[in-house]
Write a protein that binds this ligand. Structure first.
Ligand SMILES: [Zn+2]
Length: 294
């Protein structure tokens, strides 16, 4: 069997950066089920008027202020909601333009651009959409989620051998490798390929790191099942990377804000051995009370 492991991150690997956690998450899917998964996600997207749109969880989850100012917004058709939001946003762009604050204007335009595909959906509908996607992932018995969730407060750069992003990558590679060894016990040969969200600095770093792993193994295991260095793709074009992004964000929001809604839906895809979760780790203080550490 061949497995694709789609990898994306949530939060910033820099210390301190602007998030307390850095999460790197991989979603592994056996290639023979890829078509089935893709079809199911497209069906959910179509139901919410999102055919062809990217699933960018962070932007979908936001509150869109102008929606609350439109009278009976939820009673309007998708088309009418869209045009009402667009005209409110155009007015807002002109208002900010007059303030002579190029930085604020740039930020506003960026927000509007990134949320544009979802403005015809109320907050409730957008959350329902994400829940349905998370439920779909949770139901894929053949898929697995691998993740390293680093609490940067407890990451000591003076003692660590690797930076947070390198440590996280080594963990994902190790666990994906273990998984393929484990599921191969029935005599079937397994091979896996890593498909990573493209990012210029990361791609150079991780390619060289992966070459080292192929030569010498990770700290924990030799690499026998993963082939190649990661393939770097544009997440806006590759739908499965967007699902890895959803999983990464669900994990980070749990550690940072205690949110469990999306996390509980994807949890069934964590690999367990003797009841213990082995594919996802929280790198944190010794007495962390979270469900992964306890
Ligand atoms: Zn923990």
């Amino acid at each position: 069997m061949v497995y694709f492991c789609y990898i994306d991150e949530s939060g910033t690997p820099q210390i301190p950066g602007n998030t307390s956690h850095y999460v790197l998450c991989g979603l592994s899917i056996p290639v023979k089920y890829w078509k089935r998964c893709d079809k199911q996600i497209n069906k959910i997207k179509a139901k919410y008027g999102l055919a062809g749109a990217e699933i960018h969880t962070g932007w979908i989850k936001r509150t869109y202020l102008e929606q609350s100012k439109i009278a009976d917004f939820e009673k309007l058709s998708y088309t009418d909601r869209r045009s009402a939001v667009i005209s409110a946003r155009t007015a807002e762009v002109y208002r900010v333009k007059n303030q002579n604050n190029p930085k604020a204007l740039k930020q506003l335009k960026k927000n509007f651009e990134n949320t544009a595909p979802y403005i015809h959906l109320t907050y409730q509908e957008r959350m329902d959409f994400l829940r349905e996607v998370a439920d779909a992932i949770g139901g894929w018995s053949y898929a697995r989620i691998f993740a390293e969730c680093i609490d940067k407060i407890f990451f000591d750069p003076t003692k660590a051998v690797h930076a947070p992003d390198e440590q996280a990558f080594e963990q994902i590679v190790t666990r994906f490798e273990y998984y393929m060894t484990h599921v191969g016990r029935n005599g079937e040969e397994n091979y896996g390929l890593l498909i990573h969200d493209n990012n210029l600095t990361e791609s150079v770093k991780l390619t060289s790191l992966m070459k080292t792993f192929h030569k010498r193994g990770t700290l924990w295991t030799k690499i026998r099942h993963i082939i190649e260095t990661p393939l770097f793709v544009d997440s806006s074009l590759t739908g499965m990377i967007q699902l890895a992004d959803l999983c990464a964000l669900a994990l980070r929001r749990y550690f940072e804000n205690g949110e469990t809604d999306l996390l509980d839906r994807i949890k069934p895809r964590f690999e367990r051995r003797r009841e213990k979760i082995v594919s996802v780790r929280h790198f944190s203080k010794d007495d962390c009370p979270c469900f992964l550490c306890e």
